[in-house]
Ligand binder design. Structure first.
Ligand SMILES: O=P(O)(O)OC[C@H]1O[C@H](OP(=O)(O)OP(=O)(O)O)[C@H](O)[C@@H]1O
Ligand SMILES: O=c1cc[nH]c(=O)[nH]1
Ligand SMILES: [Mg+2]
Length: 206
């Protein structure tokens, strides 16, 4: 319940290319862009619609607009690469960046950037972060958004470990998780296996 792992052939095809060690940052960023668009297409399948009257060259009819105010919450750094492809499809979305990094020793998230306004001005928050590993960062992001007053929150990620899914679902069972893949496990350093390595480093060449 609440966990969606894409089985679309295009997602699987592009995910294999994304994982490959040969995919250099330019290629990697392109694949992050493409897979993110497929993911948000699937994750917005239940968005409410607002009907309104439009004119075609041949007459009037009832058209539809997305009836929710959507906020994109990229988790810096690695979530940055998911913003442009998603906002291209949802051009009226607001973007609120959250800066979180994992402490290398404790693997616990450290918050370093949060400029959310005093009052939430969106109906649905889409958290964008390619990797859900221990789940510490995702749980922290949802904690922040709920304390802010966000009503509905979804997590969009490229690859997750079962440990991270379980931690997020236990802490926040109401948050839907949309993934391109659910991998085997975490290794001793907290990396997803087989995964793709460090999603921030691979996008930004660091
Ligand atoms: O589920 P967790 O164990 O919390 O790990 C996942 C987090 O790790 C990565 O960020 P990282 O800390 O590498 O920061 P970066 O994006 O700046 O490289 C990733 O983008 C997530 O935010
Ligand atoms: O495998 C992992 C785990 C956390 N963050 C990453 O970028 N990759
Ligand atoms: Mg990183």
């Amino acid at each position: 319940m609440g966990l969606h792992v894409s089985s679309h052939p295009l997602v699987l095809h592009k995910l294999a290319l994304l994982r490959r060690v040969e995919s250099e940052p330019k290629k990697f960023r392109e694949l992050v862009r493409e897979i993110s668009q497929f993911l948000v297409y699937e994750a917005t399948a239940d968005m409410p619609l607002a009907p309104y009257t439009i004119q075609t060259p041949l007459g009037s009819m009832e058209g539809h607009a997305i009836g929710a105010r959507i906020g994109l919450i990229p988790i810096l750094r690695a979530g940055l690469g998911m913003v442009e492809p998603v906002i291209d499809l949802l051009p009226t979305a607001h973007v609120w960046h959250l800066g979180l990094y994992r402490d290398h020793n404790s693997l616990e998230p450290v918050t370093y950037y949060n400029k959310l306004p005093a009052q939430p001005d969106i109906d649905v928050c889409l958290i964008l972060d390619p990797m859900l590993a221990t789940g510490g960062s995702a749980v922290a992001a949802v904690d922040i958004l709920k304390a802010w007053g966000a009503a509905k929150i979804k997590f969009l990620g490229l690859i997750a470990a079962p440990e991270g899914v379980e931690r997020l679902q236990t802490a926040h069972p109401d948050v839907e998780i949309h993934l391109a893949a659910l991998d085997e496990r975490l290794n001793e350093q907290g990396y997803i296996v087989p995964g793709l390595g460090d999603a921030g480093d691979r996008q930004f060449g660091t």
